[in-house]
Design a protein around this ligand. Structure first.
Ligand code: MTE
Length: 330
């Protein structure tokens, strides 16, 4: 694997950076004006990747002595791509229960009640369980997993998660033979989550995986990032992370996990079935109906980079989809 190094010639002088930012802001305003009347269906509200305030930032790597260090001290993923900054990961969020404005989520979620919190695991299992969040953290040893997160809107990050394989929890509840899928549900708390008062979406947020996808070692339940417990905006106290799928599959603030016989209908499938399917595997060759998925913007970088099939995890997960038409099963 080749390491990507930042050449000093790529570090932008401040006046150029400022001018560029001003330019980007102008473009952002234009883009907003032209699509503001468009239908609000995409994950991201306005459809394709917006030009957020991180558009003009340079790649960042946490320095030594930084308060937010991944526990193992790594600064890049296995492809050599630098970690996205803690600041970007915690201030540029999709969490529609709070807001469709990515930069407003952190503020609106600040006082979100995280305790008490339980996760109920049931459905077609022999050993249904309700885990208190502290028990869950103790019961399953936390590991660090540095994963790329690719949003369907066309932006991506590299995040050092803390968590544990979902498979470990599923084995504990002992799925019955009729269990073919796993259905996840986010907490329903409209008094604390203003977005849930918006009747446009069929709340609560629901997502699903095929049982073999859920059992795959790359699939984790995350309770932290950068060596710390998750903040509300990132889906505290526990969220799913499925790194080879578009980010919307990685459901936040989970309270319920059910093993089921039929393919669950996710919130996005119910809201816009022609745009968001059940599988949502990252695939540069299958465009979203309204935009290409061939490239992406890595938050903290300028320009765009090619999108990798299965988000770069093809070797690990392609076998799950052997013989399947990835275009039909979008
Ligand atoms: N989970 C819930 N409950 N609500 C959401 O709006 N947004 C999804 C996903 N999980 C979302 C969610 C989308 S579109 C993305 S890209 C990721 O969360 C973003 O995760 P992050 O904010 O931690 O980067």
């Amino acid at each position: 694997m080749q390491m990507i190094k930042i050449r000093s010639s790529e570090i932008t002088p401040e006046h150029v950076y400022r001018a560029r930012r001003k330019f980007m802001k102008g473009i952002g305003a234009l883009a907003f004006g032209s699509v503001a009347s468009a239908v609000l269906t995409a994950c991201g509200g306005l459809g394709q990747d917006d030009l957020g305030r991180f558009a003009a930032m340079q790649p960042e790597t946490p320095t030594e002595g930084d308060a937010q260090q991944p526990s193992a001290g790594q600064t890049a993923d296995e492809l050599g791509d630098a970690l996205t900054s803690f600041e970007a990961i915690t201030t540029y969020n999709n969490f529609y229960e709070f807001s469709m404005n990515k930069e407003a989520v952190a503020r609106l979620a600040r006082d979100f009640t995280l305790s008490p919190w339980t996760v109920t695991v049931g459905g077609l299992v022999n050993n249904p369980k309700t885990y208190d969040i502290d028990d869950l953290r103790k019961r399953f040893p936390q590991q660090e997993r540095i994963y790329r997160l690719r949003c369907v809107e066309g932006w991506s990050m590299v995040i050092p998660w803390l968590g544990f394989p979902l498979g470990a929890l599923l084995r504990e509840v002992d799925p019955q033979s009729g269990a073919k899928y796993v259905r996840f549900e986010t907490v329903m708390r409209p008094q604390e989550m203003p977005g849930q008062r918006d009747p446009y979406f069929p709340w609560p947020y629901v997502e699903g995986l095929r049982l073999d996808e859920a059992m795959h070692d790359l699939t984790i339940l995350s309770t932290g990032l950068y060596g710390k417990q998750l903040l509300p905006q990132n889906g505290a106290p526990v969220r799913l992370v499925v790194p080879w799928k578009y980010g919307f599959k990685s459901i936040k603030s989970i309270v319920k996990i059910d093993l089921v016989a039929e393919q669950p209908t996710s919130l996005w499938m119910a809201s816009a079935p022609h745009e968001y399917g059940f599988y949502a595997n990252v695939n540069p060759d299958v465009p979203h109906p309204r935009w290409s998925q061939a490239t992406e913007r890595r938050i903290g970088e300028l320009g765009r980079r090619p999108t990798l099939k299965f988000n770069g995890y093809e070797e690990e997960v392609a076998a799950l989809y052997a013989g399947m038409d990835l275009r039909a099963n979008y």
